[in-house]
Design a protein around this ligand. Sequence first.
Ligand code: C5P
Length: 232
Amino acid sequence: MGKDVIIACDFKDASHTFEFLDKFKDRKPFVKIGMELFYAEGPSIVREIKKRGHKIFLDLKLHDIPNTVKKAMSVLSRLDVDILNVHASGTVKMMEAALSGLTRPDGTRPLLVAVTQLTSTDEETMKSDLLINAPIDEVVMHYAKNAKCAGLDGIVCSPWETEKVHNLLGNDFLTITPGIRFADNQAGDQKRIMTPCEAKKAGSDYIVVGRPITEAENPVFAYNRCIEEFVN
Ligand code: C5P
C-alpha cells in the first residue's frame, strides 16, 4: 500500500459518522475506527463503512494472553478490514499469536501494527507506575524491534520517531503517525506535532488525522489539503 491519509473517525455513533462520511463524494477516505465507535455500534459499523468503499484501520489495541488475542484476531479477520493493531507490551509471543489468528485459511491477512508506548504515558509515569526504568526512547525502539521480530508490519508512532524507526528496522517497516496539525492549526492536546508536509519529509507511511479534518469548517477541503501535502 502507498502513502495515505487516515481520518480518525472519533464519533460517538453511526449517525454522526455517516453524516460526516456522506460529505466525501469523490475520493473515499481511509478511515480509523476506534474503541468508542466500535463498542457503541459493534461490528456492523465496520461492515457498513466497508460497503461504502472505504479502507479501514480498526484501532482496538488488543492486549491479553496470546490464546485470547489469537482467537479475537481470527474473528476480526472476517471483518475484512485493512489494518489492525495490538499493544507491543503484550510480548512477542502475544504479537505472534495475533498474527497467526489474523491469517485467513487462504493465507491472506490485513496489515498488523503495534502500539509501542502510548503518548499519554511519559517517562516519569513509566518509572512510577510501571517500574520501567529505561529511557522512553529506548523502550519505544525496543518494542518496535519486538514487533518486527514477531512478524508485524509496522508500528504506530510519533512522526518525530519515523526516521529513527526506519533507520533501525528498514523503510519497509510501516510507520503510522498521529499527532498531525496544519501549520495554522491549534495543537490542542497533541504535544509532538508535525504538519502533513513535514510528516511526508520525515518518511511516515500513513498519517492519522482527526480533529483538523473532523472539526474543520469544511472537512472535505481539509482532507484534500492533507492529501495534497502528504500524498501528491
Ligand atoms: O484529533 P487528532 O488528530 O489528535 O486525532 C488523532 C487520533 O490518533 C486519535 O484517534 C487518537 O486517539 C489517535 N492516537 C494519538 N496518539 C497516539 C495513538 C493514537 O493521537 N499515540
